[in-house]
Design a protein around this ligand. Structure first.
Ligand SMILES: NC(=O)c1ccc[n+]([C@@H]2O[C@H](COP(=O)([O-])OP(=O)(O)OC[C@H]3O[C@@H](n4cnc5c(N)ncnc54)[C@H](OP(=O)(O)O)[C@@H]3O)[C@@H](O)[C@H]2O)c1
Length: 267
């Protein structure tokens, strides 16, 4: 059975114009799925849509929308009408690097909206319809930063922990309902967003950043086989050591020290 036969004809990618989101859109278009693509900025979104249409001949609808707004789901519903969504990727995320108290509370609340409340709403609505039909697939982007506390990235890391645990719970509920769901715990990945944070090296053992396409292909291979996974051998090894060789306290200290070094933070 092909990917398209298994999951259906149309995928929605939330956070789709560049980096990992664009890589998901390419991978799904290559498998023959039509697309609905969401991001805030109209121009890069339309450029991605045109490139996909030209390369794969699939239909692509763009929906400019800020996923931090409380009515993001309603905006998307209005834009797509009764179009059936068979596959959902929630890729968009907001992050803030620095001491928790050095920014406004609203920054943290926006991170919670983009990274937790909107995925919850989109999964409820589109995932709910998939369960009714007994067919579909959902990918939620998580991060290895969410596997323990991360000083100077506290809110973002906690939202990534939410996505992992959320997907795992729904995986159990939906495993016999025809809908596959997976949390993809990525490590450093060379997307424009990540490169723009200008990261230094946290430790000599730090794995090399992966390419977005590597993460996406591994995720689509593992979908349906696991509730969550860590992308890339290097990230799996580092995670194994952090979880089995060190105490939770040591791992949390190492993570905070690594962040301080990587982002040259003086607090
Ligand atoms: N890159 C890494 O190293 C890394 C590591 C671990 C996990 N992850 C996870 O992987 C995912 C992708 O991360 P990334 O930073 O590398 O991003 P990305 O895939 O390069 O792209 C982010 C996409 O989301 C859109 N977006 C961002 N905020 C949005 C909002 N409020 N509303 C609608 N669209 C929005 C952006 O377009 P606009 O700016 O035009 O809105 C862009 O298309 C995230 O879930 C992240 O937590 C990334």
């Amino acid at each position: 059975m092909t990917f398209k036969q298994k999951y259906g004809n149309t995928a929605l990618v939330a956070g789709a114009s560049e980096g990992m989101g664009a890589a998901y859109a390419h991978a799904l278009a290559e498998r023959g799925l039509n697309l609905v693509l969401i991001a805030r900025r109209k121009e890069p979104l339309e450029a991605t849509a045109e490139a996909l249409n030209a390369k794969y001949g699939v239909k692509v609808q763009t929906v400019p929308c800020d996923l931090s707004s409380p009515d993001a789901l309603q905006q998307i519903e209005t834009a797509i009408g009764d179009k059936q969504i068979d596959f959902l990727v929630y890729n968009a995320a907001l992050s803030y690097i620095g001491p928790y108290l050095a920014t406004e509370l609203t920054t943290h609340q926006n991170i919670a909206s983009v990274n937790m409340l909107s995925p919850m709403a989109l999964v409820y609505y589109f995932g709910g319809k998939m369960v009714e039909r007994g067919k579909g697939g959902v990918v939620l982007m998580s991060s290895i930063a969410g596997l323990q506390g991360a000083g100077f990235l506290a809110t973002y890391a906690a939202t990534k922990a939410f996505n992992k645990v959320f997907a795992e719970g729904l995986w159990y509920e939906w495993k016999n309902r025809g809908v596959d769901i997976i949390a993809c715990c990525a490590g450093a990945t060379a997307t424009p967003n990540y490169i723009n944070t200008n990261p230094g090296k946290a430790s000599p053992l730090e794995p090399k950043a992966q390419q977005p396409e590597q993460v996406v292909e591994e995720c689509l291979r593992k979908l349906g086989k696991k509730p969550s996974f860590i992308s890339g051998r290097g990230n799996r090894l580092v995670t194994f050591l952090m979880q089995h060789l060190f105490s939770r306290k040591q791992a949390t200290n190492m993570m905070g020290d690594g962040m301080r070094k990587m982002y040259r933070i003086k607090d």
